[in-house]
Every structure is written in structure tokens, then in C-alpha cells.
Design a protein around this ligand. Sequence first.
Ligand code: UGA
Length: 435
Amino acid sequence: MKLTIIGAGYVGLVTAVCMAVIGHEICCVEKNQNKLKKLKKGEPTIYEPGLEEMLKEINKENKIIFTDDIKEGVFFSDYIFLCVGTPQGEDGHADLSQVEETVREMSKYIDKYKLIIEKSTVPVNTHKWVERTIKRYIKNKANFEIASNPEFLREGTAINDFLNPDRIVIGINTNKAKKIMEQIYLPFKENNIPIIYTSIPSAEIIKHSSNSFLALKISFINMISDLCEKAGADIEEVANGIGLDSRIGNQFLKAGIGYGGSCFPKDVKAFIRIAEYYGVNFSLLKEVERINKSRIKKIIDLIYNVLWIGKNKTIAVWGLSFKPDTDDIREAPSIKIVKELLEKDVNLKLYDPKAMENFKKVFCENERIKYFKNKYEVLENADVLIILTEWEEFRNIEYSKLKEKMKFPIIIDGRNMFNKKEMQNREIEYYSIGR
Ligand code: UGA
């Protein structure tokens, strides 16, 4: 089938590439000229494992075109996925201006039946606004419908998440729209992946509920980790004991320095606002947010409990991205932690396998920050090493090298990457979360 994807951000680009891989022909509309230039050369605009290779492959087979012309996109296909950004707006509300602008632009060219599929994360009942807007701007009496098909992919594992999802959620109003969506997702049906059809508002709410629930699990386990610390229990043992109950599940029970990224912080906030709009006080989510923010103070306190005075001390940092396998630093705990430490005149030596270029853009030139090309260089003369992202390459440490380079072999592990006993045996002063 021919499909149009509008927006080549994280969700849009992964959707475009994966839809091409399962056999569709894709027109991807992106109006940011810098991004477009890269995409036309076959270069992804984001770092995502496997994406570059797949893009190369589908380019060879001419299964994808990139354009900045929305008219071309609308004429290319009758099935149009909206994947533009919905960033955080004022007061935590989702900023839907990109959705509105895209819909307005697109409407002028709708001349026959089109199915407009929302994939961006939007507040419940956004589809009503999309429908009203198209009706207002459409130039003729062409028929159209809206569907909602939220995306649940995670950065770092986006391709696998897209191609092997736990479920596909599709909100539709008519049988015609259902049949089209069935065709688009036929390869998934053949692989027995559960596809659920719901009303459009339900599909919209499923997306925000999923992200909010996962954020809730993280804040919950972080509170339990505080309790473990005080009561002499071990959060890893407790999380395992809880998670083996299949009603709870063992995922998203990793205690640490809190959730970041472009989704959870924004979506939890937006969901609180959505609930407020409908007269529902979702105070539970406000707590989730509060707990998450307090994780930063927790790690800062831990650092000062170890160092006593920060001024002119040297801290080595491993990991800046909000999670491993991505160069994304949006809402990463590392940004807030580094800011706090800079206020205390600490010297920082930073290393991340992928995210340093993005980090440099936030902190520009700062004489107290130095970036290094590998995980051992940052350790030279460091008073302490803090681990903020659990990149796989941090798991193997040459301890003799670490001891040789650091002033003192002290590790503060914000992601519980290591076994406490093993660290003791290696004579490392080791601090972690909830143990
Ligand atoms: C999240 C959701 O997991 C996806 O299902 C959703 O599609 C996506 O948002 C989105 O709305 O686009 P993502 O933000 O890429 O995906 O990453 P996650 O793996 O969910 O991690 C989010 C944050 O939670 C990270 O900072 C991570 O370190 C933290 N986290 C995760 C924990 O602190 N503990 C855990 O046990 C799991």
C-alpha cells in the first residue's frame, strides 16, 4: 500500500522505515530543511540502533521518498499518518500547534477520501479538533475520516518495538476505516500480534495512560528503594520479589535517578492537565511527578555525603543520555545534576558513548566541564565517579586502570549496575540506590 507519513521525528521516521520494511511504499514529509537534506542522502536524523542500515536497504529498493511538500504527500496516498511533534506547552498542556498547522495545510489538497491517522501523542478528543479543522479548510466536499493509532516504541529499541509490539491499538469510527487499518497492519495480524480496535477517544487515552502508568511504576519503585535504604533491605531483591507476580510484572521496576526523555515527563504533565480539563483531580500523577523530581536532590545529597565539600573537586561522569542506546538528552537527569554541581564549583569530566555532542549544545563553553573520548580518560585524577546512564559498555571495568587513574576508587552508581559485594571485594567504595 502507499502510505504518507507527516513528520520525520522519532516516531515518524521509525514508522516510515518500518512500514517500508513490511512492504508499503512510503512518502515521508519533513519540512525542516536540515533534516530533509540528511534524509535525502539516506542518513537518519536520530541515532537509533539498526535504523541507518534499514534506511539504506529501503532506499536501494526505492520504497521511500522524502519531501517537504505536503501537497505531494497528500496526493501520494489516501492514508496519512500524522507524526508531528506535540511538545510540552505552557502550564504542561500539550502544544498542538504543529498538529493544527499540518492539518490546516493538508486540508487544502484533500480532493477525495482520505483516512487521517493520528500517531503523535495527543490529548483525548484531539481527533474532534482535527475533524473540525479539516472541515473548515477543505476546499471541496471530499470525504475523510480520522483514526487514532498510538505508538508505544521506546528509544534505543524502537525498531524491535515497532516490528514486534505487545499490541497494536487502533481507534476508528467506521468499518471502512477498520478495513483499511487491517490491510496496513496485515503482516502483524499474520504474526498473531494482538490488534485491538477501540473508539477513537479510548485509543487516545490508552497512549497517555500507558506512559503515565509506566512512570508511576518507576516512581513507586524509587520510593520503595528509599524505604529499603532506611530499613536495611535491598531494592534489587525486593523488585525481583514483586515483579515475579505476573499481575505486577518485572519491567519498569528499576530504581535509580528517575525517568527522563521526551515522553514520560511531558506526557505525565499533559495527562494531569487533561484530567483537570475534564474535572478529574489526578493527584496520584502529581505525586509521581514530585517523586521523580526529588530523585535529583537524592543523588546530589549522596554525592555531598561522600565528598563533603564539592568546591574544586573533580567528578567523573559516565553516561549523559536519558537512557542507554540513544543520543537523546531531553529531560535527562544528567542535565539537572550537572547544573547543580556546577553551582557548587565542581569540576566535571564527562563521557557518554553517543550523547556528548547534544550535551555540549546545552552547556556550550564552560570552563568547569571537559569532555573525553573514552570511559577511562575521564577518571584521571577524579575524586569520585558517578554513573548516570546504564550503557552496556560500563559493565566491564578494568579495575586496576580505574584505581590507577582515580584519586580514590569511589563510585556512586545512579543505576545500580553493579553487585555490591563484588565491589567490596574489589575494594571499591561503592554507593548505589536502595541497597
Ligand atoms: C517511553 C515508553 O516506554 C514507550 O512505550 C513510548 O512509546 C514512548 O515513551 C513514547 O511515548 O514515545 P522512552 O521514553 O523511549 O519510551 O524510554 P523508556 O524505556 O520508557 O524510559 C523512560 C525513562 O524511564 C528513562 O529515563 C529510563 O531510564 C527510565 N526508567 C525506565 C527507569 O528509571 N526505570 C525503569 O525501570 C525503566
